[in-house]
Write a protein that binds this ligand. Structure first.
Ligand code: UDP
Ligand code: MG
Length: 324
């Protein structure tokens, strides 16, 4: 018996591309069903993220025309990550495996074949990674690369050049469900779930129609969200800066003592210079230390799962797969 595959596609004002996306996905899904690789109970789920155009009407029409299509309508625009999460968690009880992708056909639908093969080999999470960014504009390409670098530098580990084109098994979704945080940055959280994972490379195309829903400002906000929700490194940077500035005050002190020994002094200068740097350094250092505690509180409030058990081997109680 083949598994139920659910495609999950967040859509925000995508009426220009939706008919084409639906056509291509339908072709893909019916092909896979005919080949017996996925169950006839599989679905293509569009998540309408509070669109202001005719997107939801279109989804309803698709659903009425073919039960292969289904739809989730969010009460208002919640942003790409939340829309995707809403879709994934809504289908979790019904799906054996999900593949998420954007609505704009930038992700190569055919790469899902390879993802599925890996899934059937026992991989739980397959990341779609784009090979090159030849089709993106120079601006989008460089800003996106800066984005990944900055994220990594700030301690928010993500998969390089992976957006949200990804296969996830049911138990990976169960793991994701354990993360109760509100500021959810999926690309950072998914690697935290664990389980066997793999990568599939694909060429990223141009957006089929319509405009990018991720202008520069939104991308910057996205990066901030990613960093602040995954990492407390900015706080550690404050502590580091405090140490450096305090060291500078010690250097100034040593320098002034040396000058004093050589007989050249300006009255009061040493005291003022050393005090300014020492006090500045100490204040920053204290802020950093307080920040470290706040960082800990912040991470505690997220109540992330402390572990996820993949398997429990026990002769008496049988082998079972389970979660914490
Ligand atoms: N999207 C969404 N809500 C938003 C913004 C975007 O659901 O508030 C969806 C959008 O419909 C698309 C995906 O997120 O399916 C990625 O957006 P887009 O292609 O515009 O981003 P880009 O590829 O330009 O980074
Ligand atoms: Mg796009």
């Amino acid at each position: 018996m083949s598994d139920r595959l659910f495609f999950v596609i967040p859509c925000y004002n995508e009426q220009e591309v939706l008919p084409e996306t639906a056509k291509r996905l339908e072709r893909k899904a019916t092909g896979l069903i005919a080949a017996g690789r996925i169950s006839p109970e599989s679905r293509i789920v569009f998540v309408n993220d509070g669109s202001t155009d005719g997107t939801w009407e279109m989804i309803k029409k698709l659903h009425a025309g073919n039960p292969l299509f289904s739809g989730v309508n969010l009460s208002r625009n919640r942003g790409h990550q939340n829309a995707l999460l809403a879709g994934l968690l809504t289908v979790r009880p019904y799906a054996d495996v999900t593949i998420s992708m954007d609505a704009d056909l930038q992700d190569d639908i055919d790469a899902s074949d390879e993802m599925l093969s890996k899934y059937y080999e026992g991989v739980d999470i397959v990341y779609g990674v784009r090979k090159a960014r030849g089709t993106d504009t120079f601006f989008k390409r460089t800003t996106a690369q800066c984005f990944y670098r900055l994220m990594n530098f700030m301690g928010a580990r993500t998969i390089y050049n992976h957006a949200d084109y990804r296969l996830m098994s049911r138990r990976a979704l169960d793991g994701l469900n354990e993360f109760g945080e509100v500021n959810l940055f999926l690309r950072g959280i998914v690697p935290m779930i664990g389980y066997p994972s793999d990568v599939v490379y694909y060429e990223r195309d141009k957006r089929f129609a319509g405009e990018s829903k991720y202008p520069f400002g939104k991308m910057l906000a996205f990066a901030m969200e990613g960093i602040t929700s995954l990492s407390t490194r900015p706080i550690q940077m404050i502590t580091g800066l405090g140490c450096v500035i305090f060291l500078v005050s010690l250097l100034i002190l040593a320098y002034s003592l040396a000058r004093h020994a050589m007989g050249s002094t300006v009255a009061g200068w040493t005291f003022l210079a050393v005090s300014i740097w020492a006090i500045g350094g100490l204040i920053l250092l204290s802020l950093g230390i307080i920040g470290e505690y706040i960082g800990k509180i912040y991470l505690e409030t997220k109540a992330r799962p402390r572990f996820i058990v993949e398997q429990f081997l026990d002769r008496e109680h049988g082998t079972r797969e389970g979660r914490a």
